[in-house]
Design a binder for this molecule. Structure first.
Ligand code: ADP
Ligand code: MG
Length: 687
């Protein structure tokens, strides 16, 4: 009997200890006793079935409210027991709870669950029977501060029903906060509680009352211990010599592609192949131990069954880091798990660190290192990408080549048998080439440790993350993909926010956000924005999108307005967005940018929205934007709209690391997300 549900009465008693008000109650086992209890408690009363097998009592006809006399109480007792038996003939019936009938109030839900990655999580939201329909809930990973509980209460859509809506009196928010705080403490102090809910908690103008309590305990539950961790020296990822075990000249083999991508590596490359003396024009060795010189990194592509033996040889050779590309380990089932454990054990005995298995390995473009089988190696740049999916790396790298996006490092984490997300995060944290980090996460094992590490990284460099599995289907795909269960999406989102990580939904958005943040101006410091454009239509759309995505278009301060009026034609928009009109020349943009730059303290972000015409080329506009960024510390973000005629300008912006978007809504969406996240991060003490 590992998991069991406590009765409502046990639940009430436990919650009372943590300051949760509940109705007075008695437990009865007969109709006469029910009537006696009811008169002691005082009519009207509520009666409910007590059965460990009946989770939703109303569904079983197990709840009767508004009982107002002895006869009614007796009848209710018999009725409830009969309905419950009919509903589930096997249910053990422990009696009936008779309780004080609480007056109507705003019905809220307080709940808790144990997430596989992040542990205990509390939820709060609109309760009653419509919870599933309304889905108006918010959550926090424990431990949680009272200040966070205050924010949590204000976060639900129905908050006005608490604070007072249209002449309704406000409800007792302070009692609610005290109750949530108590419930969070209850959850933390009782390690065997896996799950609970109070649905509903009735909130009044003064006070509150829990009218249901469900607690699930598991006395055998042991939280997973923290992994022993030994830091990987950063130089492990910048080897001078690389051996490819399983290197091949056969284009159909993995060992071909891997060696092929390493051919442009400036250090030493040693193909290892037990059947050949030459591979792709290079001298090949039968085993790593036969290589006469030191080897810093080995990449293994041989079939899984041979990996333990090869690992042994790597140990004998004294290789510190091994990338295991080969699949067929833990992700395939118990047999694969045994093989993976064996490989790991051998590696440990020689102090070898492992990337993978079941991965693409790593790419460090500034070093010309690529252990993967991507179609074409990516360009060097300043974004680090750490991904739990190899296929996504393949796609993203291919796409990056067409988008002029470069990488400081790309890591494919694979099964994370040894090195995991956190080791790669530690590397990119100190890596001078990395200016922003993108994570693609399917599932984490120790979410708490992840939060600690990633929040330290996010203090130094922007971190953007995509979590797969927001849909039920997605969650299934993710779990079969990695061989372990995925935690729920919302908990991850909350963990990201709490750690200062910017959650995004799409890969494109992730790169746009990362590029924006990798720009020299770094984190956005506020939401006060100015839009400058030569297109009236886009000026209007900019206002719409800014509003939609939480960007504040400021009223132009008098200082700025007066200076602009001195030289702009009378018919300019006289407001923000600054519509400089279709005949705006390079000169006009230059003058406006000069004024804005002089007053950089009055705004946080400038959007330049341009379209091509005969008066202004895209290069001309780009040149002015570049000059503008040299004169202001604030970020300047381009949206160059049009066809091929914009390419030259866009290229110039790229060369100067100025973020540019090719679709206006996307500009505001991405910037809005980043700004919102920064504001929230600040409110929880992040930089
Ligand atoms: P279920 O197991 O179906 O969730 P509940 O104990 O929540 O059963 O009871 C169903 C509904 O009956 C509650 O949502 C609430 O509206 C009402 N109710 C239950 N207990 C009381 C009570 N003591 N006072 C007033 N209403 C109650
Ligand atoms: Mg209920």
């Amino acid at each position: 009997m590992a998991k069991r549900m406590l009765s409502e009465a046990e639940g009430y008693e436990l919650f009372q200890k943590y300051g949760v008000p509940t109705p007075a109650f008695q437990i009865v086992t007969g109709a006469d006793e029910a009537a006696e209890a009811a008169s002691e408690i005082g009519y009207p009363v509520v009666m409910k079935i007590i059965s460990p097998q009946i989770v939703h009592k109303s569904d079983a006809g197990g709840v009767i409210v508004g009982i107002s006399g002895a006869e009614e109480a007796k009848k209710a007792f018999n009725g409830i027991v009969a309905s419950a038996k009919e509903y589930n003939p096997d249910a053990e019936i422990h009696g009936v709870i008779v309780e004080e009938m609480a007056k109507p109030g705003l019905e809220l839900i307080l709940g808790g669950k144990t997430d596989p990655a992040f542990g205990k999580v509390i939820t709060f939201g609109m309760g009653g029977t419509l919870v599933e329909l309304m889905k108006d809930v918010t959550l926090r990973i424990l431990p949680v501060h009272e200040s966070e509980i205050r924010t949590m209460v204000k976060e639900i859509n129905a908050y006005p029903l608490i604070s007072g809506y249209r002449g309704m009196k406000p409800r007792d928010e302070e009692s609610l906060i005290a109750i949530i705080t108590g419930v969070a403490r209850f959850f933390e102090e009782n390690p065997n509680v896996m799950e609970f809910d109070i649905n509903p908690l009735r909130l009044y103008e003064s006070g509150a009352c829990a009218v249901d309590a469900r607690i699930i305990v598991d006395d055998d539950y042991r939280p997973v211990g923290r992994k022993q961790r030994k830091l990987v020296p950063p130089e492990y990822f910048t080897p001078r010599s690389v051996a490819v075990i399983g290197a091949s000249s056969d284009q159909k083999k993995m060992g071909y592609a891997v060696l092929h991508n390493l051919l442009h590596f400036p250090g030493q490359i040693y193909p290892v192949n037990n059947k050949r003396t030459e591979v792709q024009g290079l001298k090949s060795y039968p085993t790593v131990t036969a290589i006469p010189n030191p080897v810093d990194l080995a990449v293994i592509t041989v079939p899984a069954v041979h990996v333990p033996k090869v690992m042994q040889e790597c140990g004998e050779k004294g290789i510190p880091l091994v990338v295991v590309i080969t699949a067929g380990f833990k992700e395939t089932g118990p047999e694969g798990k045994v093989l993976e454990d064996r490989m790991l054990e051998i590696a440990r005995s020689y102090n070898i660190r492992i990337v993978g298995p079941n991965c693409l390995g790593l790419i460090v473009p500034p070093r010309g290192l690529d252990t993967t089988y991507v179609h074409q190696s990516p360009n060097p740049g300043n974004i680090a990408f750490i991904s739990q999916s190899g296929a996504i790396i393949n796609t993203v790298v291919d796409w990056s080549l067409t988008q002029d996006i470069g990488f400081s490092a790309v890591f494919s984490v694979g099964n994370q048998s040894d090195l995991d997300f956190l080791d790669y995060l530690r590397f990119v944290e100190q890596d001078k080439n990395t200016k922003a980090v993108i994570l693609y996460v399917e599932q984490l094992t120790d979410g708490r440790e992840f939060m600690e590490v990633v929040s330290e990284v996010a203090r130094k460099k922007p971190v953007v993350a995509i979590k797969s599995g927001s849909s039920q289907k997605g969650q299934q795909a993710a779990s079969s993909h990695t061989g372990s269960l995925s935690g729920s999406y919302e908990v991850y989102m909350e963990a990201f926010r709490r750690s200062g990580v910017i959650p995004v939904r799409a890969l494109r958005g992730a790169f746009e956000a990362a590029e924006l943040l990798a720009a020299p101006s770094g984190y956005l410091k506020g939401r006060r924005a100015i839009v400058v454009t030569n297109a009236g239509g886009f000026a209007v759309l900019s206002s719409d999108y800014a509003d939609m995505y939480g960007i504040q278009l400021i009223d132009l301060p008098d200082e700025i307005m007066d200076e602009l009026n001195e030289f702009l034609p009378d018919y300019w928009s006289h407001g923000n967005p600054l519509d400089l009109l279709g005949d705006a020349s390079e000169k006009r943009f230059e003058q406006v940018f000069e004024v804005l730059a002089r007053h950089s303290d009055l705004w946080d972000i400038a959007f330049v929205v341009g379209f091509p015409n005969l008066v202004l080329t895209s290069e001309g506009l780009a040149k002015q934007v570049i000059k503008f960024t040299e004169k202001t510390p604030n970020p300047v973000i381009g949206t160059f709209l049009g066809g091929e005629s914009m390419d030259a300008g866009i290229k110039l912006l790229k060369e100067h690391h100025i973020p540019n978007f090719d679709e206006l809504e996307q500009t505001f969406k991405v910037v809005g997300r980043v700004v919102w996240q920064r504001c929230r991060a600040k409110s929880i003490g992040l930089p």
